[in-house]
Design a protein around this ligand. Structure first.
Ligand SMILES: Cc1cc2nc3c(=O)[nH]c(=O)nc-3n(C[C@H](O)[C@H](O)[C@H](O)COP(=O)(O)OP(=O)(O)OC[C@H]3O[C@@H](n4cnc5c(N)ncnc54)[C@H](O)[C@@H]3O)c2cc1C
Length: 550
């Protein structure tokens, strides 16, 4: 991928999150444990990129010339490498398709605008030229949000926003920062860090996700309980749409009619392109304290964190694993015997549920906020595993996607499903989704490990995040069907149990069939009407978010 590096895109592994030498490799003991649980695994290394058939670009010369006239010829990339590097997102199915070379779709070209005016001009011309446009931040979508789909148009281009990576303004009195959309998570923190500030938004996709993508998908970071979801941080937006541009937000809450920022926050590139984002920032913490606590059972942990959040005394990071996720984490660290032994000695608990609790801020506030929840932890009979365990979690918190690469190499199906509901509805939703995933995969002859955690908590409810491990069926087509069946079963269970189809991964193409169940027929009519007004030629991200007319 030298060509990509030359084009300024940086190395972007085709079928993985990171390069193989950056993998988090499971130990041989861990693989033995997985085989005992899942059955014999068939290693499935990715096929070489060179064997993947690449169809000729369908972008007509007149369109390529028109776009080159706007962004400059160097920033309209029609070469194979650039097109391959934008062949979709990062879900298990996306990676499986690219690893096997099965059903890989590519954009006809990649366009890299340098600023708002260029984005606006590209959208204007794309409508006239009948070319679909897929806005692309870090490409970490797990719901088919950056799939290059033509949607009946002559061609499709991916609008890669990575050149737009500047901090445009900083107001250190009001504590707001205005970013271009292509600023990645680490770059945002680096730019703010120079001023002693932080955004505090750290989804697991942080290393590659962008602020534009975070807002376009309404993402939630690992510290969302303390810092708020990204939607809570949006102060202002500049948006380019095919019918013109908007500047939204006055710096404070207001009563000037419906809040139009909310239309574009979570619009997933279907209504316009977010070109400037003014976000709330805070002083960087001077102290961080992360700890792991062991609850005697998942439901005891749920009760304790509900009490904390409803009392207004919740840590900034809360991540409560169920018993299965706790057991798997212990097995993967090879320390199962030692830690489980400790917990059962202290409490006589056979299958604990671990919980990460993290506080960020200045010394006094961290100490005070930690102290006030100790009675709640004691009442729930939780045992502390200490700050070293918590720091270790913080240190490894972005390892997941790198471990996934290695597990997929070994022949493991590994994917996640997420949802959220009220506290009252949580136990039923948890059971329904767990059962649906287990039954679907067991029915296909691949009994899975299904485990879950709660990691975003609110006074009224919480998210549920499931991770599934199973033996991947050999043959890419069959393996894709294997996960499709499980995902459909889980999505139907979510809809039937009153959960949201997405707490933070967004709708994309994968969840679009379930949106009507969530917002109703009239809700979809409203969205379709907005789309018809702002994007009359339907060029922006066809197939994403809005289901076909009910
Ligand atoms: C390993 C992994 C871990 C993840 N962890 C989390 C997590 O902890 N929390 C979470 O919320 N999500 C998570 N995600 C999901 C996803 O990465 C996030 O939703 C993220 O916000 C997407 O950012 P991005 O820049 O990669 O966007 P992309 O994937 O590039 O785009 C996502 C969608 O937004 C649109 N879009 C992108 N930029 C713009 C723009 N400037 N204007 C208009 N539309 C735009 C795209 O067209 C697409 O529909 C994870 C994904 C992966 C692969």
């Amino acid at each position: 991928m030298d060509e990509l590096a030359r084009a300024g895109l940086g190395p972007r592994p085709f079928a993985r999150w990171s390069e193989p030498d950056d993998d988090v490799v499971p130990s041989s003991r861990n693989l033995v444990w997985l085989r005992e649980r899942l059955g014999e695994l068939t290693p499935t290394p990715p096929v070489p990129v060179s064997v993947i058939a690449v169809a000729e670009s369908a972008l007509p010369a007149d369109a390529a010339d028109a776009f080159a006239g706007i962004v400059g010829p160097a920033y309209v990339l029609g070469d194979k490498e650039a097109r391959l590097a934008h062949a979709g997102g990062q879900s298990y199915s996306d990676l499986l398709r690219r690893r096997s070379g099965h059903q890989v779709t590519l954009p006809d070209a990649v366009i890299r605008p340098g600023g708002h005016e260029e984005v606006a001009a590209v959208l204007d011309r794309a409508g006239e030229l009948d070319v679909a446009v897929v806005p692309y931040g870090g490409g970490t979508s797990v719901v088919g949000g950056v799939e290059p789909e033509r949607g009946g148009h002559r061609a499709v281009v991916t609008l890669d926003l990575s050149r737009m990576d500047q901090l445009l303004a900083l107001d250190d009195v009001s504590l707001t920062a205005t970013f271009q959309p292509g600023v990645s998570g680490p770059r945002a923190e680096e730019l703010l860090g120079e001023h002693g500030l932080t955004l505090g938004h750290v989804p697991q996709s942080f290393p590659r996700g962008t602020v534009g993508g975070f807002v376009a998908t309404r993402s939630a970071g690992q510290a969302s309980t303390g810092y708020g979801r990204i939607d809570a941080l949006v102060v202002g937006l500049r948006v380019a749409t095919p019918v013109g541009s908007l500047r939204l937000g006055t710096g404070t809450p207001n009563a000037a009619g419906p809040d139009l920022r909310a239309l574009f926050t979570g619009s997933e590139g279907t209504l316009g392109v977010l070109t400037e984002l003014t976000l709330r920032v805070r002083p960087a913490p001077t102290e961080r304290r992360y700890e792991i606590w062991a609850f005697p059972a998942f439901d005891r942990g749920l009760e304790a964190i509900r009490t904390m959040v409803q009392d207004g005394e919740v840590p900034d990071v809360v991540r409560l694993s169920d018993e299965d996720e706790t057991e798997t984490a212990l097995a993967s660290q090879g320390s199962a015997g030692r830690v489980a032994g400790f917990v059962s000695r202290v409490r006589g608990v056979r299958r604990p549920a671990f919980c990460v609790l993290g506080w960020e801020g200045d010394h006094d506030s961290v100490q005070h906020r930690r102290r006030v929840i100790l009675p709640v932890l004691r009442k729930a009979e939780a045992s502390s595993l200490g700050a070293r365990a918590g720091e270790s979690w913080r240190h490894h918190r972005f390892d997941g996607p790198r471990l996934r690469d290695a597990l997929m190499d070994a022949g493991v199906l590994v994917e996640t499903v997420e949802t959220a509901t009220s506290w009252a509805g949580l136990p039923r939703l948890y059971r329904a989704v767990t059962d649906a995933l287990r039954e679907s995969l067991t029915g296909l002859g691949t009994p899975p490990i299904v485990m879950a955690h709660v990691s975003h908590v609110y006074p009224t409810g919480a998210s549920l995040y499931f991770t599934v491990l199973a033996r991947q069926l050999p043959d890419a087509g069959v393996a894709l069907d294997q996960w499709d069946a499980a995902k459909t079963a889980a999505s139907e269970a979510i809809s039937a149990s009153g959960g949201t189809i997405s707490h933070h991964h967004a709708i994309g193409r994968t969840h679009a069939p379930y949106l009507t169940a969530e917002v109703g027929r009239v809700g979809v009519v409203v969205l379709a009407g907005l789309k018809a007004t702002l994007d009359p030629h339907g060029i922006l991200n066809p197939g994403v978010l809005i289901p076909p007319s009910p």
